[in-house]
Design a protein around this ligand. Structure first.
Ligand SMILES: Nc1ncnc2c1ncn2[C@@H]1O[C@H](COP(=O)(O)OP(=O)(O)OP(=O)(O)O)[C@@H](O)[C@H]1O
Ligand SMILES: [Mg+2]
Length: 279
């Protein structure tokens, strides 16, 4: 706890010296990052930032992968705005800023929903958004955005990279990505470790106006989501139209518990103009 307190105090001191805009924009010169410490995944470690680097992403790539950016006209954009506003109102009403996105099973659309919701949230002028890939077994956020693998959370958890070396801005204002890299074994142990707890604590408290979205594994695929649950204020459950069964939905509700379930998103809705709906 003492180390966490020190890290938070240091982050506050750094924050007093640098405005959020300076640190969230692509890096130009910037402070030097401290060398990553070589500790085991269960130990705590200070989180040290430098300016976030920018990586330009081909808009065609985003369009091909159904990612809705501010610069393109896409019918799905309106649906994501409705989702964004509903999510924001509920989160703000509770004073929450961390949301885990999960689904019952693989392939329901968790990652795409996370990315598109994050982009839509970042368009709200009042806040910065961090999208973090905590699907440690099947990290996919970076693969949606980039051709080449880049350092990710697995490198941080192994003590080989600092968070500063991993975070990037994908050319969308106010959006920062904490990508995954290689799949990791013992994912639920890692997700419930003090190292992850401290990292999430730092990520969500660094800026008062920051919203953090976590791309998570399927809730029924193992105990990863339950292991990570203490780190998030609420969950969004992605339901795939015609695929997610009533039984899976019931089990997912039971597992998540009503107190942490913000709502469900109906994804890939059939026979409707919108492929997304929220309840
Ligand atoms: N609304 C949608 N309309 C059409 N295709 C979609 C939609 N949402 C997701 N998909 C497609 O479904 C596939 C799975 O999506 P995604 O990667 O988001 O799922 P996931 O739940 O994160 O999967 P995993 O469990 O493997 O992490 C992708 O090919 C994606 O493009
Ligand atoms: Mg995924």
């Amino acid at each position: 706890m003492e180390r966490l307190k020190q890290a938070l105090d240091r982050a506050r001191a750094e924050r007093a010296q640098a405005t959020p805009t300076e640190t969230e924009q692509p890096a130009s010169a910037g402070k030097r990052a401290r060398e990553p410490s070589r500790s085991t995944p269960t130990q705590t470690r200070d989180v040290v930032y430098q300016q976030t680097r920018g990586i330009e992403i081909d808009p065609r790539r985003l369009r091909d992968r159904r990612i809705v950016t501010p610069s393109m006209r896409d019918p799905a954009e309106a649906a994501y705005k409705v989702l964004r506003t509903t999510v924001l109102q509920k989160m703000r009403a509770n004073g929450w800023n961390t949301l885990g996105v999960t689904g019952a099973r693989q392939g329901n659309g968790k990652t795409l929903t996370t990315i598109n919701l994050a982009i839509s949230l970042a368009r709200e002028m009042n806040q910065t958004v961090l999208v973090a890939d905590f699907d440690l077994c099947h990290p996919a956020v970076a693969r949606y955005l980039l051709d080449e693998p880049i350092p990710g959370i697995s490198d941080y958890l192994r003590g080989e990279k600092s968070i500063s070396e991993i975070l990037f801005n994908p050319g969308i204002e106010r959006l920062v990505v904490l990508p995954g890299n290689e799949p990791m074994a013992d994912s639920s142990e890692k997700l419930s470790s003090p190292l992850v707890r401290d990292l999430v604590g730092e990520l969500k408290t660094r800026y008062p106006d920051r919203f953090v979205l976590f791309d998570l594994p399927p809730v029924l695929a193992g105990d990863d989501v339950m292991a990570f649950a203490p780190n998030v204020d609420a969950f969004l459950l992605v339901v795939e139209d015609g695929v997610t069964t009533k039984d899976d939905l019931r089990r997912a509700y039971e597992t998540l518990g009503s107190s942490q379930l913000l709502g469900t998103v109906l994804n890939k809705a059939v026979g409707d103009h919108d492929t997304y709906a929220y309840s």
